[in-house]
Design a protein around this ligand. Structure first.
Ligand code: AHR
Length: 328
């Protein structure tokens, strides 16, 4: 009887111990479940183009979908405003920062502060030049050099490898302006009879694109030069330039071939209308990828240093078939 009671007591102790171990296991697994971000700061460049507006919308709607409190700061094209926004985010102790840097240089001090505060920084759309790459977690962006190459190859084909080209560059010092120029020049290098005779910034805006194209046309007229093609670093500048070409009494898409980058809806409409010849896509819908990266970074998971967004090319051969399915 005594032995029986003793074994029953033993079962009770073992049972209780097992229960304790398993409940301890449970609470441990709760402790280990990954931390979720609740507050994120997004420093956006501005609203210079339809592309930029689509990117902002993609970030905002993804934050709402994931229940994240997003602090949005529009820098109005000024790096100083972006740096101020970063300071505000750090002071607020946000869980992560999403940064679309207006230009490549000048980020080291602000990124160092974020790192010291233990706040991961996810770069979207444009890269930065820093000696220490551990200052940011990852860059989610298109391959801008490849976009420039794609535009050049398309144009080389259409121009039969010869022609006079004018170029509208993006914001000076920005990654897409630098890389799209580089990629295009690489693409036309094998064809010495393709020449860029004028190249100037149109600041990624429609108004400036129009203004600079007017000047290009005037100077070409003055010197008796025939412009065969325009290469614009984004659609908005190309759309402004198209207006300038029309106002000069010429037919955009026929008298002057127009090639640009972004693939926004208004550009695809212009392709269907025959005024724009080709637009290389640069996908702005980065919200889902950016917030996936934020979640991983906050949970302490490793991320690749660059996540490349895949793009395609639109011209008269495929635009009509895809235009209705486009989201921006
Ligand atoms: O960084 C991406 C570029 O910035 C887009 O091509 C342009 O439209 C935008 O303003």
């Amino acid at each position: 009887m005594r032995t029986l009671r003793r074994s029953a007591a033993l079962v009770g102790v073992v049972g209780a111990t097992l229960l304790w171990v398993s409940s301890a296991g449970c609470s441990k697994s709760t402790e280990q479940s990954p931390r979720k971000p609740t507050t994120v700061g997004f420093s956006q460049i501005g609203a210079e183009s339809a592309w930029r507006t689509a990117e902002t919308e993609s970030m905002r709607s993804e934050a709402v979908k994931r229940g994240v409190d997003l602090t949005f700061a529009d820098a109005q094209q000024k790096q100083d405003n972006q740096i101020k926004a970063l300071h505000t985010f750090i002071a607020k102790k946000v869980d992560a920062i999403i940064l679309a840097p207006v230009k490549e240089d000048g980020w080291e001090p602000a990124l160092k502060e974020a790192k010291q505060a233990g706040i991961p920084v996810i770069l979207v759309d444009r890269g930065v030049k820093v000696a220490d790459e551990s200052l940011y977690t990852t860059l989610i962006a298109s391959d801008f050099v490849e976009e420039g190459r794609m535009a050049a190859h398309w144009l080389a084909d259409k121009l039969d490898h010869k022609g006079i080209i004018v170029e509208l560059q993006g914001t000076p010092g920005s990654a897409p302006a630098i890389d799209r120029k580089k990629g295009f020049e690489e693409g036309i290098r094998p064809h010495p009879e393709m020449q860029i005779v004028k190249s100037q910034t149109g600041e990624f805006t429609r108004a400036k694109g129009k203004e600079v194209m007017e000047a290009f046309l005037k100077s070409a007229q003055g010197s008796g030069l025939k412009i065969d093609a325009l290469y614009a670093h984004n659609d908005d500048m190309a759309l402004g330039a198209i207006q300038a070409i029309e106002e000069a009494g010429l037919k955009p898409g026929t008298d002057i071939l127009v090639v640009s980058i972004d693939g926004v809806r208004a550009a695809l409409d212009a392709i269907v209308a025959g005024k724009l010849n080709c637009s290389v896509e640069c996908n702005p819908l980065l919200g889902p990828m950016a917030f996936d990266a934020v979640e991983k970074a906050v949970a302490g998971q490793e991320l690749p240093k660059k996540i490349v967004v895949q793009d395609q090319l639109f011209d008269a051969s495929n635009t009509k078939d895809v235009i209705e399915s486009r989201k921006y």
